[in-house]
Design a protein around this ligand. Structure first.
Ligand SMILES: CC(C)(COP(=O)(O)OP(=O)(O)OC[C@H]1O[C@@H](n2cnc3c(N)ncnc32)[C@H](O)[C@@H]1OP(=O)(O)O)[C@@H](O)C(=O)NCCC(=O)NCCS
Length: 145
């Protein structure tokens, strides 16, 4: 059984494990700390039945828009619906407060692009050389009802 709950400070090292297992250019502890210091930023975590953190979603709300900063699930827990649980919880939390959710995703990150398309995000633009290795990013937006 997987539970999604609000992040608490004590979770940070576990979140970093998920981060490091998931990205070529992971956010550092300092970046997470700085982002989470901002009032507009929130994080939800997914934990398994033993209380192990297996995924997170980090987002901010500004000017009526939600920016999905990052989402990741431990590789061995992927394709089990954990990412969907995190996304559904984010959408529930922000609905009524924002008109849209937006994000950037690497143009070659096909798994994540498929995931976002499933949630009806649309590609609305390309940001050239967005990542340190020169990979372009898609700018994707989901309009909320
Ligand atoms: C993107 C990510 C968070 C998805 O998490 P997840 O727990 O595996 O997602 P779910 O199991 O809820 O998948 C939901 C749907 O998304 C799509 N999807 C997810 N991963 C996919 C993959 N590898 N290939 C094809 N479709 C995929 C499928 O439609 C899937 O539904 P299905 O399993 O019933 O076919 C996960 O792949 C991840 O952590 N990736 C690395 C980090 C990353 O790139 N994050 C995005 C940064 S922009």
């Amino acid at each position: 059984m997987v539970k999604v709950r609000e992040y608490v400070e004590h979770d940070l090292d576990s979140v970093l494990e998920v981060e490091n297992a998931s990205f070529k250019f992971p956010y550092s502890k300092e970046i997470f700390t700085e982002l989470l210091r901002q009032k507009s930023t929130r994080m939800l975590v997914a934990e398994d039945i033993d209380g192990r953190i297996i995924g997170y979603i980090l987002y901010s709300i500004k000017s009526g828009k939600c920016l999905l900063i990052s989402i990741a699930v431990l590789p061995e827990y992927r394709r089990l619906g954990v990412g969907s649980m995190l996304m559904q919880m984010l959408l529930k939390e922000v609905s009524g407060n924002v008109k849209q959710v937006e994000l950037q995703v690497g143009c070659k990150n096909f798994d994540a692009i498929k995931f976002y398309l499933k949630f009806n995000f649309k590609i609305v633009g390309v940001i050239p050389k967005y990542y340190p290795d020169g990979e372009d990013a898609y700018f994707m937006v989901k309009i909320l009802d």
